[in-house]
Design a binder for this molecule. Sequence first.
Ligand code: ATR
Length: 274
Amino acid sequence: MMAGINAQTRLYGVFGDPVAHSLSPAMHNRAFAHIGENAVYMAFCVQDIGKAVEAVRAFDMGGVSVTIPHKVSVMEHLDEVDETARAMGAVNTIINDQGRLTGKNSDCAGAVKAILEKTPIDGKDVVVLGAGGAARAIVYGLKEQGGKVTIVNRTREKGEALAAELRVDFQPLEALDQLACGIVVNATSVGMVPDVARSPAPASFFKKDMVVMDIVYRPLLTRFLSDAQDAGCATVDGIAMFVYQGASQFEWWTGKDAPVVQMRETVETLLGQR
Ligand code: ATR
């Protein structure tokens, strides 16, 4: 990290607007430092994504995380976009392989790894709440792992459209209580601060043997996860997906195993959980 910067240090970063509160610089710099990689990761508040991608080439940056509002518009500036990112319609990672820039999306892998920590996915019935960008990545990733996914969404048309596109089932929110599943994921923003008393599912929905994941990490213990814990479910909090999507980026960039324990510790500290 900082102390070791020299003429060989490789530059990485995040492009977004806003980025001032991004957790990624601290997380990736800790990871670089932990494995002794001569690299530094900075946050760049970017308005013109085309110019920023030119800078990746000009500075021979090692790689970049891409966030709101550039995940879609960045694609036209890259040399290649891989199959998963094309299916997502969004790139959140740029890899620079000797001047050739490839766009990838680490959200699918992040969701899958976070859940695999607690349960196998293959053959399991999975309910994903939500039909936005986060739900798309999670449904795609879990289906690829052999999960039998049902999307449940407040707005029927949006849920049905995503389910049809990804070839999974759809059920309306009212049917949630009748659905049996082994894995359930909240991929909506319901329960995020300041609306911490809200949950996208009634407490009666949770059964003891379910594995329950929330993408919301502010607060870390959402109403959704708290209700699930009360019912005896195993839970996966919102930091897990964030850390694992970052770990996938890190592994694509460095070719080395990401130090996920240290990455998680850094994020927990920033969020005031330690
Ligand atoms: P993202 O790309 O981050 O996933 P998004 O595209 O805005 O965000 O999607 C948000 C998801 O949360 C949607 O599925 C949305 O449901 P609708 O399609 O009905 O809008 C869901 N969502 C947001 N607020 C909600 C609420 N109060 N109750 C139920 N679902 C909600």
